[in-house]
Design a protein around this ligand. Structure first.
Ligand SMILES: *Cc1c(COP(=O)(O)O)cnc(C)c1O
Length: 387
């Protein structure tokens, strides 16, 4: 495949397939998988991944964060159900019906506003706030039920489901286990009340990636699979029953290699000074590509299968690293920023740990200017560039 070998990301659909199949095997057939493809598939690029999920993996449910993301999927020809997890201003209600998108409903007044702005029925899943304290109907079960009942009677609303979101399903702490179980009980109490009162809900869902692994419950009709689909851990400190395969590697070219003398300062701020003679490589990616500046003097990259420590500050488009231990390194070589090379490996979770954040943020942060090279069955099949 022809593309600019400066900084690029390789997305392997085989790994996504593996993660999906392992997850499906784990949770069984009673719960359908809804693939969470927000933020352009957590930085993996929706146009490379979502058509594959629908056409080759038979996924019928997708979740996005906003109506632009939903619209992109429809433009790609995605026919499956799409749930918007975030907010859509009520004045855009007609857009929702036109594209046949399901909207998360935050509260009764929002449902009313959607109904007033719509022409035709806006399909919704009502968010129930059971402990995340982010969006959703909240309070006692009877109060929530009363609001759902009112929502269901609105002229231009089709209430098709309810869902909730776990706050600590990936946590190791005992008290968080209680918290998660209480969240499950709460949504199930609402679901039971609706059923008892004859308010039919097609879908009740509450499992995220971690929830499906650690708190599987067959009453969740959908499992909203996000991070594990892309091969990262909900929390790398907590083991998974299978090892997910990271689907994306981030690479960049070596632009220059040279020896520097003892005492030579490197990069902005002179935060690194060579201690002895050092062989230095300049690599062509920087924080504008989503390679965190917080890795300055902390991180490492892989070149010729060896770990090369980052020397000095990461710049916008370039950074330097110590390649003294690497033989035969030269301009044009490939540096692995995230991924494997030889026996070494560095994951987005590792980088998250080094920079005080999580793997989710690292993969989402790889910039749009970095082309995504898609591969399937071991062969590169597409180069996706910024549009
Ligand atoms: C992002 C998100 C998910 C997916 O979470 P993962 O931890 O990536 O599995 C599921 N549900 C909601 C409501 C979300 O916002």
């Amino acid at each position: 495949m022809d593309f600019l070998k400066r900084a690029w990301a390789e997305v392997d659909l085989d790994s996504i397939e593996y993660n999906l199949k392992e997850y499906r095997r784990l949770i069984g057939e009673k719960t359908e998988i809804m693939c969470v493809v927000k933020a352009s598939c957590y930085g993996h690029f929706d146009n490379g991944v979502v058509p594959f999920l629908e056409n080759e993996m038979d996924i019928r449910w997708f979740a996005v964060s906003n109506i632009h993301e939903a619209h992109r999927l429809r433009d790609m020809g995605i026919k499956g159900e799409i749930l918007i997890l975030g907010y859509t201003p009520p004045e855009n209600a007609k857009w929702l019906t036109k594209l046949d998108i399901i909207q998360a409903c935050t509260e009764l007044s929002y449902a009313k506003a959607l109904s007033e702005n719509a022409d035709g029925k806006v399909r919704i899943h009502a968010a129930i706030d059971t402990g995340m304290t982010r969006i959703g109907l909240h309070g006692e079960t009877d109060k929530i039920y009363g609001e759902l009942k009112e929502i269901s009677k609105l002229e231009n609303i089709a209430l098709e489901g309810i869902f909730t979101h776990y706050a600590v399903a990936d946590s190791l702490r005992d008290q968080d286990e209680e918290y998660t179980k209480a969240q499950t009980e709460k949504i199930l109490a609402v679901a039971d009340k609706c059923e008892a009162e004859g308010l039919h809900l097609e879908k009740v869902h509450f499992l995220n990636s971690a929830g499906g692994v650690y708190y599987y419950n067959e009453r969740s009709s959908l499992a909203r699979l996000g991070i594990i689909l892309y091969g990262l851990y909900p929390d790398p400190a907590k083991a998974l029953p299978f090892e997910p395969k990271p689907a994306m590697e981030f690479k960049a070219a070596v632009a220059q290699v040279k020896y520097i003398d003892n005492g030579t300062d490197v990069s902005y701020g002179r935060t690194y000074t060579a201690n002895g003679k050092v062989k230095l490589a300049t690599v062509t990616a920087g924080y504008a590509d989503g390679y965190p500046r917080a890795l300055s003097n902390k991180g490492y990259v892989l070149i010729n299968g060896k770990k090369c420590p980052i020397t000095g500050r990461i710049c916008m488009d370039q950074f330097m690293c110590d390649v003294t231990e690497v033989e035969d390194v030269k301009a044009g070589d490939e540096a692995v920023l995230i991924g494997s090379q030889g026996d070494e490996r560095i994951t987005a979770d590792d980088i998250g740990k080094m920079t005080g954040t999580i793997g989710y943020e690292i993969v989402c942060g790889i910039s749009a200017r970095v082309p995504r090279i898609i591969s399937r069955h071991g062969e590169q099949t597409a180069v996706l560039e910024i549009e």
